[in-house]
Design a protein around this ligand. Structure first.
Ligand SMILES: [Ca+2]
Length: 68
């Protein structure tokens, strides 16, 4: 006799529960962001943001300044 198949993940019912997973890179943690001085890198799904520190003025998407 063949032994019983012990696969947990090959039944159609199990596959139906697999949902698409957004593969995101944490650019902040991996140092792949381009945030410059006076900003804080914030990871977002598929991208990242550079947030100005409190009191600093945004120059562009990646940098802020404390002096005008
Ligand atoms: Ca990201």
């Amino acid at each position: 006799m063949d032994p019983p198949i012990t696969s947990c993940c090959r039944s159609p019912a199990a596959q139906a529960h697999v949902s698409p997973i957004v593969v995101d890179i944490d650019e902040c943690a991996e140092g792949k962001h381009y945030c410059r001085e006076n900003t804080m890198c914030v990871n977002t799904p598929g991208s990242f943001m550079c947030i100005c520190h409190t009191g600093f003025i945004r120059i562009d998407d990646y940098s802020c300044t404390g002096t005008v």
